[in-house]
Design a protein around this ligand. Sequence first.
Ligand code: OGA
Ligand code: MN
Length: 204
Amino acid sequence: MENLYEAIVNGLYDQGWYIAENFISDEFRKELLHEQQEILVHGQFRHAGIGKGEAFRIRPEIRSDKVFWLDPINLTELQEVYWDKMEALRREINQRCFLGLRSFEAHFSMYPPGSFYLRHLDQFQNVKYRVVTVILYLNDSWSKEDGGALRMYLPMGDGNEEIMDVYPEGGKLVVFMSGEIPHEVLTTNKSRISITGWLRDIEY
Ligand code: OGA
Ligand code: MN
């Protein structure tokens, strides 16, 4: 039987994306959510921006989430567990897909009620080192009425796109090719929590 990591890599290889419904245990999810909320009450989240380097801008009309970047040389115990899982995934992807993934970056995200992120690709215009996007949702519960779906525009062979809405249910991991799958976050009606990371083809 193929394990979860193999299933993710196969999905990525065959179709450019994969969704693992229960990537982490509910216990670990709650711990991460709790830690995220601690960081939040201490005011350490910042308005997210777009672009890299000199092109960086805070543009709330494009994205209105708040983020807290994980510091790879200063991870908490819990963040370390998450990081190790992403490292395992990185090695598994490299074995099968030869994408030459060499490093990882990630931030906690919080979308307050009323916030969104318009359609985009996860590669910057000036630098394209983000190769694979991994999003892990931490929310306690989610229903359609809460909004906030991740809308993925899946490229079809014929040049058309298929729309797929993914709800940010806790424990779910979404993996996709950063430069190939446009996506957006529809307006959320309640606070929406996740960790978003990118496997990169550059060194730290
Ligand atoms: C991003 C992003 C999607 C999500 O942070 O670039 O597209 O579902 N996030 O949180
Ligand atoms: Mn994105």
